[in-house]
Design a binder for this molecule. Structure first.
Ligand code: SF4
Ligand code: SF4
Length: 310
C-alpha cells in the first residue's frame, strides 16, 4: 500500500522545472504488458545485437514495482540537451547527448533535491532514482506518463521539446495522481529518419536493429566495428544522432523549452574530427574526465576516430 503525500503533482512538476528538468510526467509503477510484448518480439527477432543483459530482467524492465518494493508511482524527468540545428552544425563527431558532464551524474545531481523533498513529505516513504542504471524502460514510462510518443526512430518525442532529451525516473512509494497516457503517434506519413539513416537500422514501428546502429557500435560495443557499418560512419566518432537531426520535431522553431538554457559545445573539446589525431592519452583524460566518453576510453575512441578519418 502506498503512502499519501501533502504535495500535489503540480507542485512536484513545478519543483522539477525549477531544478532544470524540461518536462515531468507522472504515472503508475505498475506493469506495462504491451511495451513488454513489443520488447520481447524485438529480442526474438534478434535485433538486440546479442546484448545478453537485455535478455535478462525483462519482468523488472516493464514492471517498475519490482525494482522498489511498494513503489506506486513513477516520476519521469526529461532534460533537453539539443536541437536539430545545433546537431547539424556539430563537426566534432561527438553526438550532442554526450557533450559535457556525464548525464548520469548531471541528472542525479538535479534530482537529489526532489528525492529529499519526497522524503521530507513522508519520512516513511522510499524513493529511488534511475537513469540507465537499472533494467527499466524509461521511454515506455514516459509514454504512459503522457509525455510523448515513440517515434519511428525509436526515440521518445515530446511535443515542444523534440527527442533530444535525457530521461530519468524516480520510483516512489508515495501516491501521486497519474497523468493520462500519450496515445497518439504524430509521425504520420513522415519517413525522414528512415531515409536518413546511413545503415538502414530503422525498422518499422519505432524499432531499431541495434546491430546496424552506429550509436550502438560507437557507444556500447567493444568489438571491432564491422566493415559494412564502418564505411557508412560519416562523421560519428561517438554516438549518432542523424535520425534526430532530420526529425521535424527537433527543429528549433518547434521547440518551446522554458527551462534549458543555451546549449554550448564544451570548451577545449575537439571541434573537428581531424583534431582527434593530436589527442594523446593524457590529453584525453584531462578533456573528457567526468564525461560519458571517459567510460568508452582513449583507445576505443582513437580507433573510432581513425575509422571516420580514413
Ligand atoms: S542513431 Fe544513427 S545509425 Fe542508429 S538508427 Fe539513428 S541514424 Fe541510424
Ligand atoms: S523523422 Fe519523421 S518519422 Fe522519424 S521520428 Fe521524426 S517525425 Fe517520426
Amino acid at each position: 500500500m502506498g503512502l499519501k503525500t501533502p504535495f500535489t503533482a503540480r507542485e512536484i512538476k513545478g519543483r522539477a522545472h525549477a531544478l532544470g528538468f524540461s518536462h515531468c510526467g507522472i504515472t503508475g509503477a505498475d506493469e506495462s504488458p504491451a511495451a513488454r510484448e513489443r520488447f520481447i518480439a524485438w529480442l526474438d527477432a534478434g535485433h538486440h545485437a546479442g546484448l545478453s543483459y537485455l535478455e535478462r530482467n525483462i519482468d523488472k524492465r516493464f514492471n517498475p514495482s519490482l525494482l522498489l518494493e511498494g513503489a506506486t508511482t513513477a516520476i519521469v524527468l526529461a532534460r533537453r540537451y539539443g536541437d536539430a540545428d545545433l546537431a547539424r552544425q556539430n563537426r566534432s563527431g561527438i553526438a550532442m547527448y554526450a557533450w559535457g558532464e556525464d548525464y548520469h551524474t548531471a541528472l542525479r545531481r538535479r534530482a537529489e533535491p526532489l528525492l529529499a523533498l519526497l522524503q521530507s513529505a513522508d519520512p516513511s516513504s522510499r524513493s529511488r532514482f534511475f537513469t540507465d542504471t537499472a533494467p527499466l524502460s524509461e521511454r515506455s514510462l514516459a509514454v504512459k506518463g503522457g509525455m510523448g510518443w515513440i517515434g519511428s526512430n525509436g526515440m521518445l518525442i515530446i511535443p515542444g521539446l523534440g527527442s533530444m532529451v535525457s530521461l530519468s525516473v524516480i520510483l516512489t512509494t508515495i501516491i501521486l495522481p497519474p497523468d493520462p497516457p500519450f496515445t497518439h503517434n504524430h509521425c504520420g506519413t513522415c519517413t525522414l529518419c528512415a531515409e536518413a539513416c546511413p545503415t538502414e537500422a530503422i525498422l518499422t514501428g519505432g524499432l531499431i536493429d541495434a546491430g546496424k546502429c552506429i550509436a550502438y557500435h560507437t557507444n556500447s560495443s567493444s568489438s571491432p566495428i564491422p566493415e559494412n557499418i564502418a564505411e557508412k560512419m560519416e562523421c560519428q566518432v561517438y554516438g549518432c544522432d542523424i535520425c534526430q537531426q532530420v526529425c521535424p520535431w527537433n527543429e528549433p522553431q518547434n521547440i518551446r523549452d522554458s527551462v534549458t538554457g543555451g546549449i554550448t559545445f564544451p570548451e577545449g573539446w575537439p571541434q573537428r574530427i581531424e583534431s582527434w589525431a593530436s589527442i594523446d592519452a593524457l590529453g584525453f583524460q584531462k578533456l573528457f574526465n567526468g564525461s560519458a566518453l571517459e567510460h568508452t576510453g582513449f583507445s576505443r575512441l582513437k580507433y573510432q576516430a581513425g575509422l571516420v578519418a580514413e
